[in-house]
Design a protein around this ligand. Structure first.
Ligand code: NI
Length: 400
């Protein structure tokens, strides 16, 4: 991509700001929960059809996928944005606040749709110079409801198969003018564990006749603290949190069993494997040492969001060329999880974050807070980055 044409992207994204803002505010007034984004999907499909995209609707209930083919040969590049709001009562007092009681765009996905539709306009106006094919994916139900997995199951990654995938989050914990575009892991893998400790109950005054699962459980909780501190390198990171411990019903009865539950967060697949193996082993052996047995069940929640180094490199270069004075952070990461991880397991890609802190002083209310707000100009920054990255990725004939 010529640098001249990348600077035109910034100008066009800025000119489109009134459009981006009106889309974002309209969706903000009319938020819809996961799999119920009918109005949102209707607006998206209508706009994309008008721009000449080939549009498929009803994927995973309310998902939309749209294709545009460039006039020049190139690769298939996919960009995904999410659509859903949260079950939160808005308290911002904004003029464009939610008109739906108990439902709010408190994560900025309204802004993501605005980014997606702004990008759709910019790509449509560049058909002549566009290489390859661009697939825009509007995904429902990101907020823990499995939207990405359902879209994959319903074929969103097939026909045509994307060779690179992009996604983003407007992030109000970072200042405007900053973007996180990094190789490797950006968001954590989440696993849930359940440990059932089986002992042998009896009279609280005759412990010698029992195998006490409360004592064994307490030892297991303590011993699990050694997993991160003793089995993981200080240069790597992981979280093991025991968040539930239940056992017993009476003050004078040693119960038969105890139940522990908790969460594990990791970034690297090999660290994850080690932590899971250690949690299992520590629980089983410590319980055995106390005369009990432990059954450990680990349920994966979401894999880590891991960026492909080459796609991240092209994206960062395109972003730097398209957005004047953009500060790119290559080290930031967060322990939240994101279902785009499932798509990135199949397609090499880059998930990036765009600073969106509102201009008001002080720390902004975080994502999922009733007073959550973004600086809407971040939509322009994100749209320019996404458009530039798509154009460059579709053009490059290989990964080099
Ligand atoms: Ni979100």
């Amino acid at each position: 991509m010529e640098r001249r044409s990348l600077s035109e992207i910034w100008e066009e994204a800025q000119n489109l700001f009134p459009f981006s803002q009106s889309i974002r505010r309209d969706l903000h007034r009319h938020p819809e929960l996961g799999y119920q984004e009918k109005r949102t999907a209707g607006i998206i499909a209508g706009e994309l059809k008008q721009l000449g995209y080939e549009v498929r609707t009803g994927i995973a209930e309310t998902g939309v996928a749209a294709l545009i083919e460039g006039n020049l040969p190139g690769r298939v590049v996919m960009a995904r944005v999410d659509l859903d709001a949260l079950p939160i009562q808005e308290e911002t007092g904004a003029e464009y606040a939610s008109q739906v009681p108990g439902v709010m765009h408190a994560c900025g996905h309204d802004g993501h749709v605005a980014v997606g539709l702004t990008v759709a306009r910019m790509l449509a106006s560049r058909r002549e110079e566009l290489h390859g094919t661009v697939k825009l994916v509007f995904q429902p139900a990101e907020e823990g409801l499995g939207g990405a997995e359902r879209m994959i199951a319903e074929g969103v990654l097939d026909d045509p198969v994307p060779e690179a995938a992009l996604a983003l989050h407007l992030w109000n914990q970072l200042p405007m003018g900053k973007a996180v575009i990094r190789p490797g892991p950006l968001m954590a893998a989440a696993d849930m564990f359940t440990i059932r400790i089986q002992g042998h109950g009896g009279h609280g005054a005759m412990p010698e006749k029992t195998a006490d699962p409360v004592l064994a459980g307490a030892q297991v909780v303590t011993a699990l603290q050694s997993v991160v501190s003793r089995s993981i390198s200080p240069l790597e990171s992981a979280v093991v949190s025991v968040t539930q411990f239940s056992a017993g019903d009476a003050f004078n009865v040693i119960p038969d069993a105890a139940l522990l539950r908790g969460t594990i967060r990791t970034y690297e697949p090999d660290v994850r494997e080690r932590v899971l193996e250690r949690v299992r082993s520590v629980a089983e052996h410590v319980a055995a040492g106390m005369g009990c047995s432990a059954e450990v069940l680990i349920q994966p929640v979401t894999p880590a969001v891991i960026n492909d180094p080459q796609v991240a490199k092209v994206t960062a270069a395109a972003a730097a060329a398209a957005v004047p004075d953009l500060r790119i952070d290559e080290t930031y990461r967060v322990a939240i999880s994101e279902d785009m991880a499932y798509m990135l397991e199949q397609v090499p890609g880059c998930y990036f974050m765009v600073g969106a802190a509102p201009s008001a002083e002080g720390t902004p209310y975080g994502h999922h807070h009733p007073k959550f707000e973004i600086d809407e100009r971040s939509i322009t920054v994100a749209a320019a980055i996404l458009t530039a990255a798509i154009l460059d990725l579709a053009k490059s004939s290989d990964h080099s």
